[in-house]
Ligand binder design. Sequence first.
Ligand SMILES: Nc1ncnc2c1ncn2[C@@H]1O[C@H](COP(=O)(O)OP(=O)(O)OP(=O)(O)O)[C@@H](O)[C@H]1O
Length: 309
Amino acid sequence: MDVMLTVEGLEKSFKDKKVLKNISFEVRKGEIMAILGPNGAGKSTTIRNIMGIMYPDKGTITFHHYNGKGIPRNKIGFLPEERGLYKNVNVMDILLYLADLKDYPLDKARERALMYLKKFDLEGKDKVSIEELSKGMGQKVQFIASILHEPEFLILDEPFSGLDPVSQEMFKEEIRNLANNGTAILLSSHQMNLVEEMCDRLFMMQQGQKVIYGSLDEVKRKYANFKCTIHGKNDAARLERIDQVRRIEQQGDASVLYLEKDVEPLSWIKQLPDDLVIEELKLNRISLHEIFIDIATNKNLMKEGELNA
Ligand SMILES: Nc1ncnc2c1ncn2[C@@H]1O[C@H](COP(=O)(O)OP(=O)(O)OP(=O)(O)O)[C@@H](O)[C@H]1O
């Protein structure tokens, strides 16, 4: 386990409002680590502290491999939440300019830029000015700018916002490739389905505090209770009386039964009433999206006082 970055005990206040409270996590080489949380949770503030755009009141940020020499800016790639490139400059010029700022050899940068433009369906756009690009195209160029210099640590803040599904797939594949080639990736996104498909580990925060930290598998095993979806005309009150059903949701003839923690799936199925109408039955764990909503709305997990994985 090769740790690239350690964030330890980060605290930050704006005036008298504490927005980061004892934030600690690490990002490892070759992994996609997601930083998640509701609006205002403190994700961007955490990222800005890592990038050295602002400084923490307390705590440390350590990039390993660099002998404690501070932030290795040339080895970091950053796609910020606030997008923006110089408008009246052409695509290749801006890409080369940004690569140059990272001390990356220009001939190599040009070669890689052409390769990535082709990969992202922007072949021939190298001489087009930024203002002529659509929003999605501009985002692709900015993404290319963040990876052109072969960063060892990459921060992606909402990389998928505004992208069509095909472009999302391209980004997903490229991000996965980068991780497979050893890049440590910190990914912030509100698109839980994509996070669930892509990330190896996740750090979820709320109101400046850690609520969940661990591998996707651990998190799902620990926090994602089972839910049972039954298609068939059944009476809601009756379903609610079934043992270990926490709550139900009904839509037409489909009912989703959210089950209590630690339910034993096989025995639970065995004890279902004989006269239940079942046209279809599915038993699976709740999604990351549902875990997120549970936490953000303080429905369930927060009350159980066991969130500090
Ligand atoms: N420069 C600032 N001055 C004062 N308050 C700030 C500043 N930057 C952020 N905040 C506050 O810090 C808190 C955390 O904000 P932050 O932008 O880090 O959240 P976030 O998790 O990135 O949210 P979002 O998902 O909406 O992007 C919020 O309450 C925000 O209002």
